[in-house]
Design a binder for this molecule. Structure first.
Ligand code: GDP
Length: 297
């Protein structure tokens, strides 16, 4: 289960506090030490942990929690609020173009869940807005990638534009966009290539696609199971592409929580959606406050 260890450790820290009734400064220090270790063990970015603990401690002292009637509850509330803030405070909707189509470019490492997420998002828009999306297959390096996108397309009844593997991806996107305009599609998804790790050639290609397509949204798809690496990957993509949002996938797995808690704080980019399973309906809007509650258990 996601966040299992983190939830347990945070709850333990709070339970120890509750037992005390009255909380001394050294009790608070002990609690903050436990929270710090819990976050580090969950693979949360070191700087994020440091800032988090400092803020919670300062707020607890400032609120005169130590003199209060129910210090443990107050500290739980502060931790909850600060977790929410760390993850971005409020849900951030998909960017919309004021004229159709809204162009959404997907980026991410191979296996992160790009193709699956394109399908999930397209289906969500169809179901919720009666949208008429189209998907462009711009990953020419794995023949199976085009096939996979076509399978997703037929599953959710969304057309896929593809020109095989012999045409330059930028040209595929150019022709795909022209087709979408002709067909009056209101959303176009560009499914791009991924690699096992970030490399210059991939980044160059993505930058070229961006320059041509002027996407309204560049969604970076990140596998939540990869912890600190997820954060480094996000930073790498963002430096080159200036992404507009993140989709965190595989939150149904037993991720420790590091990616969910670090990405926003490190990159400044909002997590917009979370993938919570392999089915096309397993995509949810990311709500930082609900995620904080889930983490606290
Ligand atoms: P891509 O290489 O980035 O396009 O990744 P894919 O879309 O092919 O996904 C890689 C694998 O991860 C596939 O087996 C997907 O079913 C799986 N996957 C994607 N998103 C999720 C998710 O949210 N939860 C789970 N459990 N699996 C996912």
């Amino acid at each position: 289960m996601a966040f299992e260890g983190l939830t347990e450790r945070l709850q333990n820290a709070m339970t120890n506090l509750r037992r005390k009734g009255k909380v001394s400064e050294s009790d608070l220090r002990q609690t903050m030490r436990e929270i710090r270790l819990a976050l580090l063990e969950a693979d949360v970015n070191f700087t994020v942990v440091k800032d988090f603990v400092k803020t919670v401690r300062e707020r607890a002292l400032g609120a005169k929690v130590l003199e209060g009637l129910n210090p443990a509850q107050q500290i739980v509330k502060i931790v909850d609020e600060e977790l929410t803030k760390t993850m971005g405070e409020t849900a951030v909707p998909l960017n919309q173009s004021d004229k159709i189509p809204t162009i959404i470019m997907m980026a991410g490492l191979q296996g992160a869940g790009k193709t699956t997420t394109v399908g999930k998002l397209a289906l969500k828009l169809k179901n919720e807005q009666n949208a008429r999306p189209m998907m462009i297959a711009a990953d020419i390096y794995r023949p199976a990638a085009i096939e996979q996108l076509q399978q997703v397309g037929s599953q959710i009844d969304v057309p896929v534009f593809q020109l095989g593997t012999d045409v330059d991806p930028v040209e595929i996107v150019r022709q795909g966009l022209a087709q979408a305009k002709e067909n009056h599609n209101d959303y176009v998804f560009i499914d791009t290539a991924g690699r096992l790790q970030i490399d210059e050639q991939l980044m160059e290609e993505l930058a070229n696609i961006k320059a041509l397509a002027h996407p309204d949204e560049i969604l970076l798809v990140i596998d939540a199971m990869t912890g600190q690496n997820a954060v480094n990957t996000a930073q790498g993509f963002d430096d080159k592409l200036d992404v507009t949002g993140v989709v965190l996938t595989k939150l149904d797995g037993d991720t420790r929580g590091g990616a969910a808690l670090s990405i926003r704080a490190v990159t400044g980019k909002p997590i917009k959606f979370v993938g919570q399973g392999e089915k096309m309906t397993d995509l949810d809007v990311f709500h930082p406050d609900r995620m904080a509650n889930r983490i606290l258990g």
